[in-house]
Design a protein around this ligand. Structure first.
Ligand SMILES: [Zn+2]
Ligand SMILES: [Zn+2]
Length: 336
């Protein structure tokens, strides 16, 4: 069984300590040729022919992306020395380049598991709901898969036993394990690449913890993320953009883990590990060239097309620095 890590940023009750939740994952089920007519003796089956075609396409895609990484590398900003409370100072990680990723046999969206489901839970303000809708749209572009909204779940799917008032803040919190095990897993659609639950209520993962931004189980392809600590998006235009950017970063970073992307240690990148909100705010939305290549290979996305769509989305939402960063990357691809 392959092990993949997924993490949830949050803090334990001990002051200053941040703990990440780690879970094991299994690979996506392979396709079977059951039910297809048997080929004439000596001839490859339709399944074998398709596999051979896909392998050739994958190899060709890997070559194109490898060349593209070199084209974009001059734009990438090397990750600086971590500060004492930053992720890499506390969790030394080796990192992984595109080639190592390909050699690792990563999990990818497949024909039979190719949709990301978005599950709203509990009450949202109109602005928060808009943020979830935009995040769903961004994830469809980011991972080149359809996203589908599921019908809202009322907050009462979380019983009293799986709620508490935070002992420090007095804020209401939902227990992540209950949402993952009792709410999402039993209702996971068969064709789900992942089922992501968004809530506007604060979360905590159990005894000894203060809070988490989110938690996921790769094996079960489910995750739950909270908008609660991203600031009040109705306060001002600026706070709206910040809350939206934080939501986009969280959803794309954590879902990146679901497709076998580990933390990036080479460049400023969406896949950098983060210990605190402040550290996450310092990292960009965009992926570095290596992590972009991994994502486009896994999802069979065309990089230029993907950048164009992300530019459009960022411009529309007033995320000007992010749009400008993607414009630069697109310009480099197109040789401008
Ligand atoms: Zn992470
Ligand atoms: Zn990266």
């Amino acid at each position: 069984m392959r092990k993949v890590l997924v993490a949830a940023l949050g803090s334990a009750l001990v002051a200053g300590v941040v703990v990440w939740v780690v879970m094991a994952a299994s690979p996506v089920a392979s396709r079977s040729g059951a039910g297809e007519p048997l080929p004439p003796p000596g001839q490859p089956s339709a399944e074998q022919q398709r596999a051979a075609r896909e392998t050739a396409e994958d190899r060709e895609r890997a070559e194109r992306l490898t060349a593209l990484v070199e084209k974009l590398r001059p734009l990438a900003v090397k990750l600086g020395k971590p500060g004492p409370s930053d992720w890499l100072a506390n969790h030394p990680e080796a990192g992984q380049n595109f080639k190592e990723y390909l050699d690792s046999g990563p999990v990818r969206p497949t024909v039979s598991r190719g949709t990301i489901y978005i599950q709203p839970l509990g009450d949202f303000s109109a602005t928060q709901r808009k943020m979830v809708t935009i995040t769903s749209e961004a994830m469809a572009v980011w991972f080149n898969v359809p996203t589908k909204f599921r019908e809202d779940l009322k907050a009462d799917v979380v019983p009293e036993a799986a709620r508490r008032k935070n002992p420090y803040t007095g804020w209401e919190q939902f227990l992540t394990g209950h949402i993952l095990d009792r709410v999402l897993k039993p209702n996971l659609p068969r064709d789900a690449a992942a089922s992501i639950c968004f809530t506007a209520t604060d979360l905590w993962p159990g005894k000894g913890w203060n809070f988490v931004f989110g938690q996921a189980s790769l094996e079960e392809r489910v995750g739950v993320w909270s908008l609660y600590r991203f600031g009040d998006p109705d306060k001002s235009e600026e706070s709206y953009r910040l809350a939206l950017l934080r939501t986009l970063k969280l959803a794309t970073h954590e879902s990146g883990h679901m497709f076998s992307l580990p933390h990036c240690t080479a460049y400023e990148c969406n896949m950098n590990g983060c210990n605190t909100q402040d550290e996450s705010d310092r990292h960009p939305l965009a992926l570095c060239p290596e992590c972009m290549a991994k994502t486009c290979w896994a999802t069979r996305a065309e990089p230029a097309e993907r950048y164009r769509k992300l530019i459009e989305l960022c411009r529309r939402e007033g995320l000007k620095p992010e749009a400008a960063a993607y414009e630069k990357l697109l310009g480099a691809i197109e040789g401008k």
